[in-house]
Design a protein around this ligand. Sequence first.
Ligand SMILES: C[S@@+](CC[C@H](N)C(=O)[O-])C[C@H]1O[C@@H](n2cnc3c(N)ncnc32)[C@H](O)[C@@H]1O
Length: 311
Amino acid sequence: MRRYQRDEWPIRHHPPQREITHRGYHRYGAFLSPATAGTGMSLVNWRRRSRKSDVSEVSDEWFASHVDAAQQVVAFLADAGLSLTDKRVGDVGTGDGIIALALALSARPEQYVGWDVNPVDSSGLRGRARAEGYCQELPANLQFDVCRPTTLPAPDESFDALITWSAFEHIADIGAVASDMSRVLRPDGFVFAQVWPLYFSERGSHLWQWNPEGFHHLHQSMDEMRAQIDAGPGDEEWKQYMWSEYRSLNQATLDDVQHAFLQAGLIVRRCELYSHLVNIPEAVAVNQKLSSLMIAGFKMILSRQVEPNTR
Ligand SMILES: C[S@@+](CC[C@H](N)C(=O)[O-])C[C@H]1O[C@@H](n2cnc3c(N)ncnc32)[C@H](O)[C@@H]1O
């Protein structure tokens, strides 16, 4: 497998992947380009930028990488013979809503509801989509709603499919959220879940912009990490945002996620891992499970367990 250079590490939470071509876009996909690495551009900055004259190449890459994530969801489901077309779909931890927008448009669900504990800036999303030439208006089948940390604002068994992308490493109580996902899912429904990077993996800190050394967070003190961020690139708002993202990481492993879903009556039926060659610092290698260090993330499809879990 190709080794990635420091400047190529993904912007925030998408694993290395191919370049994409979509609706006239040909971008670096999830990668930082050498021209933009280290500038500290962010979702926070993006939210302030809705006029075309303000759109930079970095924000293009952010948007394009999220459209690419949506395409990965569609492809992963299609490989399993599943689709979101004409279904009622919920998205747990929808973030800025770009993936939701891309899925609402391209997968043609009857309804796509993006939930997040933080409100989605719909008008900002529309402005950005216009500026990118992606669409003029948000589609009628797309809605956003604020959820509580452990409950989704939806009736029992009201959704055919649930999507969650890059959220299960941030959700504080994954057991409670998995349980509520199970509650709102129809009996014959399915869940698509993705996470990258898991906490104990090489890039698990999400802080590679300030420390490119793999696994650094597993042997550094909090003070050391914070000092590196303070001394490194990026504006204060971006640094604060990424530090709080780091502090919100729940340290769940693949097995923890499986356990949370299993307790909620949802079983993993299909799973693909993100893993690649790594060099492990000695202090980390002697203290952590190899499987935790090596499993950088996953995509999975879950369905409801027919018999209750009695174990
Ligand atoms: C890294 S972002 C991913 C956003 C989006 N899925 C994406 O990939 O662009 C994680 C999101 O999970 C949300 N989140 C954290 N805890 C949550 C919870 N208990 N329920 C719903 N969303 C949550 C955060 O607010 C954040 O927007």
